[in-house]
Design a protein around this ligand. Sequence first.
Ligand code: NAP
Length: 503
Amino acid sequence: MSTSNPVERTDIIIIGTGFSGLAMGAQLKRRGRESFVILERANDVGGTWRDNQYPGAACDQPSHMYSLSFRLNPDWSSAFSAQPEIWEYLRTTAREEHLMPHIRFNSEVLDASWDEDEQQWTVTTGAGTYVGRILVSASGLLSEPKLPDIEGLEAFTGDLFHSARWDHRTPLAGKRVGVIGTGASGIQIIPEVAKEVAHLTVFQRTPHWIVPRADKEYSASEKGMFRKDPAVMQQLRTQMFWENEERFAQRAAIPSLLAKATELALGHLQAQIPNNELRAKLTPKYEIGCKRILKSNDYYPALQRDNVDLVTAGIEQVDGNTIVMQDGSRHELDALVLATGFEATDPPIAKRIHGRSGRSLSERWSHGAEAYKTISVSGFPNLFVLGGPNTGIGHNSQVYMFEAQVEHVLGALDYISVNHIPALEVTPEAEDEFKESVDRRASTTVWLTGGCSTWYIDPRNGRLTTLWPDYSHTFQKEVAPFSPSAYQTLRTGADSTPVEGTR
Ligand code: NAP
């Protein structure tokens, strides 16, 4: 083993220490599996909750539900906890689940290739090489910032950063600041930044539907009760889960439910924005739920501050430190924040994962991402993708979805171990059947019928590839169980074409 290029052998290689990677590691550990590493490109755990440190960052799903089922936390300070608290929860999880010795920090995956002769994965990172039988990609649905395609943006002469790469060394106080984007991140950033800057220009392309945020702080006695009697906490979690589940019926585009949700959002807008002209700019022209329904009590008030302007003319180009609009107006800025979302439909990690015949996952997904039960991709033996195609959820807890996927992977690992299978790969038939079932359900949802443009839909094929088009509990029921009949084993040796069905 050379010190310049160390090679570490292990059984399972996990990429990423966000919610899904840590859940996977914790469950391996709890089942007595020790031979695994978790590769992390940063110097700390936490995924999106480490990266999104913008002012106002918080989760819009209740913390008692947006947390791991096997690590309930009596100490959540409020219904919708802020980023530092969720990040700390994940750091504590890594420590208390004894995952730290397994994590390799500052180890960005540069390439992961399936070795057909040895039937193993070789993963090259900036800090060393890892060889293992199983690869679990838990690199996140929303980990790569998406920069808008605006002429001259790269030459902007002020300070420029994305919401998920907040530059804390650049204070915004007293400056002329612009924020592009009014999605889930933008509406959390804008009220906070507005308080300290000299002037804030909000560049809105499309208004979002926004409903009130029913936040609540937990008292010391409530936290004490949760600690003393975890069953109470579990009951609260269950109640929150089923309340959220009801909201899927809305996304299924049932007209009476859409009308009820629209009424709630319009009432909120009417109550908070008395000015007709401003209210018109903020009224969406597509069905509610087509884009993520946002929760905020302070976004609309922030837009009415004397030092804030909402501009909607559409950005033409960036000229030096000035944003030039399509109507010719110009906005001079000292700093520009891009709250413009993430590369969700074409994740960069897919370019770095190579399966049989050296084909990259990105090539395999060139017409849009798809995976059997959201996890397994034909042509990619012993690869399991967490948080990949069709795992996103807007109406309930994303963590719940990851846990269902982890259960499936654990089933596959047991099957591989018990049957001494060198390489397991999903059949194209099982993959196609699952895809058709996803498409069938997606076709009637508000995401495909609601008349909006959304990153939930892959522009390359018009399919809903990021979100799960059904209830979360249905996801659990369908995705969590591992069924060997959907998989085939591969012949050992150089010719690793699938030959042996496992049905
Ligand atoms: P996003 O929802 O994709 O919103 C991006 C915003 O940038 C949109 O308003 C978009 O306008 C705008 N935009 C993009 N390119 C533009 C351009 N060239 N010119 C003008 N505007 C442009 O991104 P996000 O707000 O970061 O949220 C992404 C996801 O992160 C959420 O859906 C959610 O899943 C997650 N998130 C969750 C929380 C939470 O509380 N749990 C908080 C933050 C984020 P258009 O609408 O016109 O495209």
